[in-house]
Design a protein around this ligand. Structure first.
Ligand code: AMP
Ligand code: ZN
Length: 465
């Protein structure tokens, strides 16, 4: 099994630290809003990596954090006049709903930064004791970047070249010894959440969170650390510096980074107004379509989101679902015929092709091509005269492959108009009784079955997504 390692810029054979086990840390979202479809890319890609390891018999310890203290969260909280905690808890909940819709397995552990402050204080103190960090007058603690000699090894940057070119990486604060030093702990400002520490009442810097949560749940050295490519520098570079300086051990053996998702060829950003949330997409498509769309590209290739490509993904997924439906409809009892047995053995080729693609740095695009060849094979070799034994065996094989990709291919029975209307009425009654939790639950239940509600002046309207 080969993985492209950002550290060496090479595809390397995967050798786990402990036989048959994988420890994996994936940087998760900052929870100040609904997640956008860019955030969904690492979630889908690395969930698929996890699923493939599990398929191969590995036990995966998968840790993915929520960054729940951050300037953006504080800003959102102040705008709404609520606490940061309320914002973070709300959007963690919403994020988990989106993850469920995309069939992303919950992590073994989903740590939250605000619940790990003690560990951060310990690591920062340890870095100060070892001379890798220092406190300045206002209570800020900085990492002394130049004291960590291998700094730059992940991003392949050299501090002296950076000094000449980039002034923009400078972090504000006049008190630090060097431009490249970064914050480990910062003093609180008015109206911000804070914790007590030996240096000042304040809060941690972003990078220290991941070093500490990775160590706590996975140990000093882990197999894989992953995230979007924007995190390579400075976030992951800084994580390496903190962890390796503090623990005296290699931090992560393989570094995996997904490329970016753009929209209609342009970078997705709030200011351009081309920002799409997963929740918004769920009102137009089953989120399985979004997952399938993402996996149609290799995780290291930039991916463009467009209505046309989503329609193509929808049609592609439908073809696979139709094949599964056809297999499930075969009813002829009896044992597989000799000819069917030969055909079934032949279909192992698609599994081999699928595995070869996934073994090659998780090439999901080629793995999906193998599934499509399998679908074509099913369409040409299965008819209502086939035995149920043959159809079931093929269907099981097809499901094994689609499960690795986290795709749900069984068609859900369509919900009847009368049932939708009954649920809408129940929701109206719940609202009248001020039972908003139940009202939301009904709305979400309908949404998960592809029904979108719109509250208008004339009453509630609904449509099928
Ligand atoms: P953030 O909430 O910005 O810290 O991002 C959470 C995760 O989403 C990180 O792994 C980012 O690298 C990733 N990410 C953010 N935007 C995009 C994008 N447009 N395409 C792919 N990954 C992204
Ligand atoms: Zn991180």
């Amino acid at each position: 099994m080969k993985i492209f390692n950002t550290l060496t810029r090479k595809k390397e054979e995967f050798v786990p630290i402990e036989e048959n086990k994988v420890s994996m840390y994936v940087c998760g979202p900052t929870v100040y809003n609904y997640i956008h479809i860019g955030n969904a890319r690492p979630m889908i890609c690395f969930d698929t990596v996890r699923r493939y390891f599990e398929y191969k018999g590995y036990e995966v310890n998968y840790v993915s954090n929520f960054t729940d203290v951050d300037d953006k969260i504080i800003k959102a909280a102040n705008e709404e006049g609520v606490s940061s905690e309320e914002i973070a808890e709300r959007f963690i909940k919403e994020c988990k709903k989106d993850m469920e819709g995309m069939n992303i397995k919950p992590a073994t552990t989903h740590p939250q930064a605000t619940k790990e402050i003690d560990g951060m204080i310990d690591m920062i103190q340890n870095l100060i004791d070892k001379g890798y960090a220092y406190k300045v007058e206002d209570g800020t603690v900085y990492f002394r970047t130049r004291s960590f000699k291998p700094y730059g090894k992940l991003s392949h940057k050299n501090l002296d070249d950076l000094q000449a070119g980039h002034r923009d990486i400078k972090v504000t604060g006049d008190l630090k010894e060097d431009d490249f030093d970064f914050v480990l702990w910062k003093p609180k400002k008015e109206g911000e959440p804070f914790w007590e520490s030996p240096w000042c009442n304040g809060r941690p810097g972003w990078h220290i969170e991941c070093s500490v949560m990775s160590k706590r749940y996975l140990g000093d050295t882990i197999d894989i650390h992953a995230g979007g490519e924007d995190l390579i520098f400075p976030h992951h570079e800084n994580e390496i510096a903190q962890s390796e300086a503090s623990n005296g051990k290699e931090f992560a053996r393989y570094w995996m980074h997904n490329a970016f998702l753009n929209i209609d060829g342009v970078k997705m950003s709030k200011s351009l107004g081309n920002f799409k949330t997963v929740r918004g997409i769920s009102e137009m498509y089953d989120l399985q379509v979004l997952r399938f769309f993402m996996l149609n590209a290799h995780y290291r290739s930039p991916l463009n989101f467009s209505a046309d490509l989503m329609e193509a993904a929808k049609a592609g997924l439908e073809r696979i679902k139709t094949a599964a439906e056809k297999l499930a409809s075969v009813k002829t009892e009896g044992e597989m015929t000799a000819e069917e047995k030969t055909l079934f053995d032949e279909s192992q080729n698609f599994v081999t092709k699928f595995e070869n693609s996934m073994d090659d740095d998780f090439n999901t695009a080629d793995a999906i091509a193998a599934i499509f060849e399998f679908v074509k094979f099913i369409n040409s070799n299965v008819s209502s005269d086939s035995t149920k034994a043959f159809a079931d065996a093929l269907n099981k094989r097809l499901h094994t492959l689609t499960d690795v990709l986290g795709l749900i291919i069984d068609k859900e029975e369509e919900i009847l108009d009368s049932d939708i209307e009954a649920l809408i009425e129940e929701r109206q009654n719940a609202r009248k009784a001020k039972d908003f939790a139940r009202a939301d639950e009904i709305r979400n239940e309908l949404l998960s079955r592809g029904i979108v509600l719109e509250d208008t002046r004339e009453g509630v309207k609904w449509k099928r997504a």
